[in-house]
Design a protein around this ligand. Structure first.
Ligand code: UD1
Length: 377
């Protein structure tokens, strides 16, 4: 009998969980795959982690490294140190990482140094802004991964320019959109609309969703205050639902702004409620990467509060617009959407809910198994 393909999957932060859910589900459908799940513990809260495991039916992690928060260097170093013995013990045929967080690069680095090949899901995205920690994580992970799974054509170009071999790159679509398609029917049954008073006799009222957590937006009190002032002006027109990320929470007190009663700050929201809100929103304002893609898949207008995006397909084909961080531009962009001039867009190729299926089929075909090439140090 051929040996099973042992795949060690890594999650660390909230966006990773949404991406790993469809992959773990697909791996479980194949008896010839032995999936292992390692949580680095970069995010550890009920609201940033545990609720996602429950709602998305992600199996409990086989290992939790419990690294917690820290500076970039401290967090990355701690993951490197704690994951190495797990890799040595488990001897996987492949390590699969997703996205662009510190856990992604840290585990990839530990794995390749032990001779274990790495697959990177969501490879090749580039903002070309090297002040973003995620851009550094993306560049470095792609430089050392053996299998590069991309969501859009631009990513292929970026990887080729960086000298990655064409045969290591696979255009497979978007696993986050797999999750969206799977869970949208369930999300639509969420009671979050009535809980937040967003429904009236005719159904959903007009409202906007805001998320903000990029260090470049929230770590500067001045930029954060400018953003909040702009959105406060919009709150006079329609309710703004703002689930506050822990990083942002810490900075809000310093901003010291009195907010309009329709500017509603709420704790971080679980996957199903959040998907329900996104799907029903008139407008989404965000600095997240993933939400730009989710709004494109849902056909909901999105204003991205950044000067660049690593996901240009959401602009060229989807509903996304970059408005930057200048208050006037944000207000003008929102007014245009409210006047019915928001972007409509279409669904990018391969964002069809089958990305995980394609990835697993390729891994089964191309990854050598049973060699357990773990170097002895
Ligand atoms: C991380 C990722 C970012 C991703 C985001 C999604 C990196 C470099 N950044 O940023 O790409 O978009 O996650 O959320 O990997 N905290 C809690 N509870 C938790 C986790 C964190 O309260 O469960 C606090 C931490 O103490 C810290 C702050 O939140 O003060 C930020 O957390 P951190 O993991 O450092 O980065 P994020 O901003 O969440």
């Amino acid at each position: 009998m051929t040996k099973p393909l042992k795949l060690l999957n890594i999650v660390g932060a909230r966006p990773n969980l949404v991406k790993i859910a469809p992959l773990m589900r697909e791996m479980k459908r194949h008896a010839e795959i032995e999936p292992v799940l390692v949580h680095t513990g970069q995010h550890y809260d009920e609201k940033l982690s545990d609720i996602f495991f429950r709602q998305m039916e992600i199996p409990a992690p086989d290992v939790n490294l419990e690294v917690g928060s820290g500076s970039h260097a401290a967090q990355t170093a701690e993951i490197l140190r704690r994951v190495e013995p797990v890799l040595l013990d488990d001897k996987p045929d492949l390590v699969l990482v997703v996205g662009d967080v510190n856990s992604t690069i840290a585990v990839s680095l530990a794995a390749v140094k032990l001779g274990i090949p790495v697959a990177h899901v969501e490879a090749g995205l580039r903002s070309f802004d090297r002040t973003m920690p995620e851009e550094i994580n993306r560049l470095l992970t792609d430089a050392i991964a053996s299998y590069l799974f991309v969501t859009e054509e631009d990513a292929i170009e970026h990887l080729l320019k960086e000298g990655r071999p064409r045969e290591s790159i696979y255009l497979v679509g978007n696993v986050m959109i797999d999750a969206l398609r799977q869970f949208l029917p369930l999300a639509q049954k969420s009671g979050v609309g009535s809980e937040l008073g967003l429904l009236d006799g005719n159904g959903w009222r007009k409202f906007a969703v805001l998320t903000l957590h990029r260090p470049s937006n929230v770590d500067s009190a001045e930029i954060l205050a400018g953003l909040l002032r702009a959105i406060n002006a919009l709150a006079a027109v329609l309710p703004i639902i703002f689930p506050v990320h822990p990083r942002t929470q810490q900075r809000l007190a310093d901003a010291n702004i009195s907010l309009h009663p329709q500017f509603r700050l709420v704790p971080p929201i679980g996957y199903l409620d959040f998907l329900c809100l996104l799907n029903s929103a008139t407008l989404v304002l965000t600095d997240s990467g993933g939400i730009q893609e989710e709004t494109t898949a849902l056909g909901v207008p999105c204003l991205t509060l950044r000067d660049n995006t690593e996901r240009p397909i959401t602009i060229s084909q989807g509903t996304n617009q970059l408005v930057g961080t200048h208050p006037d531009k944000i207000v003008a962009g929102a007014q245009a959407v409210l006047a019915g001039k928001g972007k409509t867009g279409r669904i990018p190729p391969f964002w069809d809910g089958r990305a995980a299926e394609r990835i697993v089929e390729i891994l089964l075909r191309v990854v050598p198994r049973g060699e357990r090439r773990v170097a002895v140090t």
